[in-house]
Structures are given as structure tokens and as C-alpha cells.
Design a binder for this molecule. Structure first.
Ligand SMILES: *Cc1c(COP(=O)(O)O)cnc(C)c1O
Length: 500
């Protein structure tokens, strides 16, 4: 199985090379040149297996240049040991006869980014070995919070890699800052940038685009790279949990092999739900993928009209991980819907850059609507949903999950579809203490001490706070670097001299 760009390059590359490159030379994203197909026997064969074994079977379909042994090692390093606080890694929790929640937040940072960012560094490090690439890969991240910590945890002490995370001094929560500045690992660095998230992000982009600086690093044996969600090595690991959830439904005898189910996914960059699309195209019996958004409802409009238009107000919501107006991974879906029409995709992406919008027209839209349904929810409805599910089931969910739950109900009302809905849960409620507690109590908790809130939520929840968050109270601060936004490149240079 090879990979090619969504946009124009005809060149095809093995997975390992695509994972090292991250993004294609023409600015496009790497996609598989064909989609592997599996049958019922394959799916039934997953039922008795651990998550790790399921992952090996599913990923072997896509990462054909990795040996089974390599995949096994990568996957055990990512999901084995004590890294996840659930033996099932991605457990399916039964709430009532109709509702299952797929919990993707049992990893080290308590959010779904761990599912991919635990495995990507392993796949990358193995790719370097396989291809004989000698450079040390230096991952640069600008973060508004969650991704930085998840990337740090994934890359810490991974061979032939180093990671430098820049976070804005203003703009991350206290918990998020503590998570990062207490990060352990010999190859990690964390730097506070004097400025906001945009400043940090712009600084990192400048560093990536500075050819002289990059040549200078290269001479010293370093190559810059990013861990963002367009890397195929971040997308592929997410396909696994759709299969795993289906296998668990079979195991619990909630469905029979071949029965179709729906997945409802809280969506931002379209990475998570796109992995569901790949699972469906491989033959997993999924009826609809339901795309749940917040007030930044650009995807809802797109999936209803075929017009993608990012020219609209940006809203800061109580589901910050979905506050996104450009969903990069949509490009991959369009590529497959159009059977690989690179010229068309390139034209739309160019239009998006220059005008902020594009229209895919009736034929694409009809195909897309046969696979997806979409809805969105405002902050107040999100809070109400948390409260009503808590009252009915004593289940505490985070805001992003609540968006999905609400849209799942809307989907049922609108379509009368009686199939099973799996609600995809992307964060531990403890990660969003303030919003979750406010939803449950009806009172604002703004400005309250985050650890007081953690304790308060623990009193209402049968599930304990994740150790990774609770232990931050005493965690020693290991990273005190600070820099001005103009000094980020200099920081990178200095850190590379000092980091082991
Ligand atoms: C990243 C994230 C999302 C959005 O996922 P995409 O793959 O970007 O669509 C949803 N919820 C949480 C908690 C996240 O961290």
C-alpha cells in the first residue's frame, strides 16, 4: 500500500516515508492510493483480542511496509504497560440499552489526542530506522493547551526524536500549564512565549519556513518536523478504535455480525470522524457517521449544503478543542469522494485560501450525505445535556462528549433511525472541571482554584480523577524557559545544544 498527495504530485511513497515527511511537497495531505477491504471473518476475529492485537490487525492493512513485529513493538510501546488507566485502552461503556459511550480518554493526558499521539512517535522512530534516515527529528509544537501535552507524553524518550513545545504565557489554563512544565523526559523542552497563541504559532511557522535556519540545523544533524493532525501516522491509529468498538458490541452480544451502527463524533479538525470513514470504507458496518459541532458550525453547514465557508465569526465556546474554522482533514474526504481527482481538490483548496470558501456541488454532496449527518449545539444546550445525563444515569461526561450526545438525540428525532448509536467521548470530564461543574450546579466556577474544582467533581462522580491530573498538585516544575516571540529560533538552537 502506497501513499500519494491529495493535490497534484503523482509520486507514491510507502507509509514510513509519508510519516517522516508529514505533509506532501505540493502542500497536500498523504492518502492511501487504494482502500483495503476486510470481511466479516476479519471483524469477528477481533472479538476475542486485546486492543493491542486489534490494532496490529487493523494497522497492518495500511502500514504494509512495517513488519508485524515492528507494528507489535510500536503498539505495545504506545498502549501497553500502565500508560492507559483502562485495560481495554478504549472501553465501551454501556449507559442504557440504547446508548454506548466509546471513552477515548484513558491515556496519560486524559484526552483523545493520546490515542494517536502515543503511537505516532513510535511509528516515526521506526520509520527512521527502516529508511536509514540518520537525522534527529525535532518536533516543534505551538500549543493552546491539549496537543502540546499529548505530544510531550508521546515523544518523551523516543529514540532519534526531540520535542520542543512553545505555549503562550497568556492563554493556557493553569492545569494545562502545570501539565506541560512538569513534563519528564530527556529529550523534551517546554518554553513559555511572551504573547498569545497566535504569536507562538506564527513563531513556529516562521521557523519551519526559514530555509537558512533549517540548512544550519541540517548541517548539525537535525531535521524539523511537526506532530499536527494531518500526519498519516496520526490518522491511522484512530481507525482502530472504530473496529474495536464494533468488536466490543459483538462481544457484549448487543449486535450480530453485519448489523450496522452509527458513530456520533465531536468534531473539530475532522480527523477523528475521518478515521471512522476509513473504517466504513474498509467494510466495517457503519450506517452513518454523525458529525457533531459547536457554535463554530462550519462543518454542519458544509455537510448540509456542500458549501464550505469559513468567513464567519469565530466563537469561543465551552468545547474549546472544537473551536476551529478550517478542518484540514476534510481535504482527504473530498479526495476519496472524487475518486482521487487531485486537480479538483487543488482548485478548491486554492479557492479556500484566497476567498475563504468553496462549493463542491450536487454530485459530491449527494455522496457525502449518504455517509454523514451533521448537527451543532450551543453552550447552553451542552451544559443542559451534561446535567440531564447525570440526573438520569449518574454518568459524568465532558462538554465535547455532551455535544455529541445532544446531536445523537437530534439525529434520532430527525431520521427515526433505530440503529445503535455509539457516542464518541473525547475527553475526561476532569479535564474540563470548570464547565462540567457549572453545568451540574448551575453556578459559575470561574476563577476558582482548579484543584478545589477537581475535588468537588470527584465528590459527584463514581469515577476517580485521573492520576495524571490529580498528581499535578505536587508535581515539581522542571521547565522554566521563557522567551520573547522574536527569540523562538534562538531558543531552538540553544535547546538543541543542551538537550541530550
Ligand atoms: C481534538 C479534539 C476534538 C476534535 O477532534 P478532531 O479530530 O480535530 O475532529 C474533540 N474533542 C476533544 C476533547 C479534542 O481534544
Amino acid at each position: 500500500m502506497n501513499y500519494r498527495s491529495t493535490r497534484g504530485n503523482k509520486q507514491t511513497l510507502p507509509a514510513a516515508v509519508a510519516i517522516i515527511a508529514g505533509i506532501a511537497d505540493d502542500g497536500g495531505l498523504f492518502v492511501p492510493t487504494s482502500l483495503p477491504k476486510v470481511d466479516t471473518a476479519f471483524i469477528e476475529g477481533l472479538v476475542g483480542s486485546s486492543y493491542q492485537k486489534r490494532a496490529v490487525r487493523v494497522l497492518a492493512q495500511f502500514l504494509t511496509d512495517y513488519t508485524d513485529e515492528e507494528l507489535k513493538t510500536c503498539i505495545n510501546n504506545a498502549y501497553g504497560g500502565q500508560k492507559f488507566d483502562s485495560a481495554s485502552v478504549a472501553p465501551l461503556t454501556l449507559i442504557d440499552e440504547e446508548t454506548h459511550v466509546l471513552e477515548l480518554w484513558h491515556g496519560p493526558t486524559s484526552a483523545f489526542k493520546d490515542m494517536a499521539l502515543q503511537l505516532l512517535p513510535q511509528l516515526l522512530s521506526t520509520a527512521l530506522r527502516k529508511t536509514g534516515e540518520k537525522a534527529e527529528i525535532v518536533i516543534l509544537v505551538a500549543t493552546s493547551g491539549d496537543t502540546g501535552k499529548a505530544a510531550l507524553e508521546g515523544f518523551k524518550d523516543v529514540e532519534q526524536t526531540r520535542i520542543i513545545v512553545f505555549y503562550p504565557e497568556t492563554g493556557v489554563s493553569r492545569i494545562q500549564r502545570l501539565q506541560m512544565v512538569s513534563q519528564k523526559g530527556e529529550n523534551v523542552a517546554v518554553v513559555a512565549v511572551n504573547g498569545n497563541f497566535d504569536d507562538a504559532q506564527t513563531g513556529v511557522k516562521h521557523i519551519f519556513n526559514d530555509t537558512i535556519f533549517n540548512a544550519e540545523l541540517k548541517a548539525k544533524g537535525f531535521q524539523l518536523s511537526s506532530a499536527n493532525s494531518i500526519n498519516w501516522g496520526r490518522l491511522a491509529p484512530q481507525i482502530v478504535y472504530y473496529f474495536s468498538a464494533y468488536a466490543d458490541l459483538l462481544k457484549m452480544k448487543k449486535i450480530k455480525a453485519g448489523d450496522e451502527v452509527n458513530f456520533v463524533v465531536p468534531t473539530g479538525n475532522f480527523g477523528n470522524i475521518l478515521a471512522g470513514y476509513y473504517a466504513k470504507m474498509m467494510g466495517l458496518p457503519i450506517h452513518r457517521l454523525v458529525c457533531a459541532s459547536n457554535a463554530n458550525n462550519v462543518l454542519t453547514d458544509f455537510l448540509r449544503t456542500g458549501i464550505y465557508n469559513k468567513n464567519r465569526d469565530f466563537h469561543q465556546t465551552n468545547t474549546p478543542s472544537m473551536d476551529i474554522l478550517i478542518s484540514s482533514n476534510l481535504e482527504r474526504l473530498l479526495y476519496h469522494i472524487g475518486n482521487g481527482d487531485q486537480g479538483q481538490i487543488n482548485a478548491w483548496m486554492t479557492e479556500l485560501q484566497s476567498t475563504g470558501k468553496y462549493d463542491v456541488g450536487a454530485a459530491y454532496l449527494a455522496k457525502i450525505q449518504s455517509l454523514f449527518w451533521a448537527g451543532w449545539v450551543d453552550d447552553a444546550q451542552t451544559s443542559t445535556q451534561i446535567k440531564s445525563v447525570y440526573n438520569a444515569h449518574h454518568y459524568v461526561m465532558d462538554t465535547h462528549t455532551a455535544v455529541a450526545w445532544h446531536v445523537a438525540d437530534r439525529y434520532k428525532e430527525a431520521t427515526g433511525d433505530q440503529r445503535f448509536n455509539v457516542i464518541v467521548s473525547t475527553a475526561s470530564p476532569y479535564k474540563f472541571n470548570e464547565s462540567v461543574l457549572s453545568a451540574l450546579s448551575g453556578e459559575s466556577n470561574e476563577g476558582n482554584d482548579p484543584f478545589t474544582l477537581l475535588d468537588a467533581l470527584e465528590r459527584l462522580n463514581t469515577v476517580k480523577a485521573p492520576p495524571g491530573l490529580a498528581s499535578l498538585r505536587e508535581a515539581p516544575i522542571l521547565h522554566k524557559n521563557q522567551c520573547k516571540k522574536e527569540e523562538m529560533a534562538m531558543q531552538v538552537k540553544n535547546l538543541l545544544q543542551n538537550l541530550k
